[in-house]
Ligand binder design. Structure first.
Ligand code: SF4
Length: 256
């Protein structure tokens, strides 16, 4: 039987998931449980908590590689014109590594650029083999502090940091993506530490993703408690000093 992947959305004409115009393929299942997650429907690979909701966005669907490629290749002329391509996102792509690798190979076989947005949470050896199949990583970097990372995402960051270093060493282009979350990593001293680490490791580009409340309704629909209820969203205009910390370290830093 042909291998399938559990996908919960295929979004066309994405312009914030890598260069140019892209098709973003959202993989279902994530080993983290970030308190601020805006896509709680993406966390459960098997959709058990969303059984009552008859919506593919929540429950996901099994796709073969060819079924995904039918959607992706439709926009190849736009990728070619804009320098775009396909982005794998989630959830966490690395949770369905074999399917992801097959999909990358199929896209590359048709001359399509492949980016992957990832938490980097995987066994280092497994992650190293994945690097051979992507052209760009959009790499989540949430916090340098091990205990705080665990308290806010449910996992320690040891493998995440090691894999980030691996990607740089392997000379894979990396854009670090930092979710800016109140009472977690908004302090300027935290920003300085993170900026210095990234600069020291040779990363040149950073995207800041200010906290928002777009996911709140989904928690209600799923019947899952929302820990960030009532927390005010952050706006780029109020994060000028935060961004400046990254700029001062020589990083190209923009908001997304
Ligand atoms: S890594 Fe992303 S998808 Fe996974 S729980 Fe955190 S915010 Fe949600």
């Amino acid at each position: 039987m042909e291998r399938t992947g559990k996908i919960f959305n295929i979004q066309k004409f994405s312009i914030n998931d890598g260069p140019g115009i892209r098709t973003t393929v959202f993989f279902k299942g994530c080993p983290l449980q970030c308190r601020w997650c805006a896509n709680p429907e993406s966390q459960n690979r098997y959709a058990a908590i969303a059984d009552a909701i008859e919506d593919e966005t929540y429950c996901g669907r099994d796709y073969t590689v060819e079924q995904v490629m039918i959607q992706v290749r439709k926009d190849k002329p736009f990728y070619d014109q804009s320098g775009g391509g396909m982005t794998l996102s989630g959830g966490e792509v690395l949770q369905q590594m074999t399917f992801a690798v097959d999909l990358c190979s199929a896209a590359h076989g048709e001359g399509i650029h492949v980016a992957a947005e990832t938490t980097g949470y995987a066994a280092p050896q497994q992650f190293r083999s994945f690097l051979d199949h992507v052209d760009l990583l959009l790499y989540d970097f949430k916090h340098y502090d091990r205990a705080l990372h665990y308290a806010n995402t449910g996992v320690y960051n040891d493998a995440i940091l090691e894999n980030l270093r691996q990607a740089v060493t392997a000379k894979i282009p990396v854009i670090a993506r930092i979710p800016v979350i109140p009472e977690f990593n908004t302090g300027l001293s935290t920003a300085r530490h993170m900026a210095q680490m990234l600069a020291d490791w040779g990363i040149r580009e950073v995207h800041l993703l200010p906290f928002h409340q777009f996911g709140e309704k989904k928690y209600q629909q799923l019947g899952v408690p929302y820990e960030m209820e009532g927390v005010k969203q952050l706006h780029p205009e109020a994060l000028g000093d935060y961004r400046k910390v990254f700029l001062d370290c020589g990083l190209d830093c923009t908001f997304r």
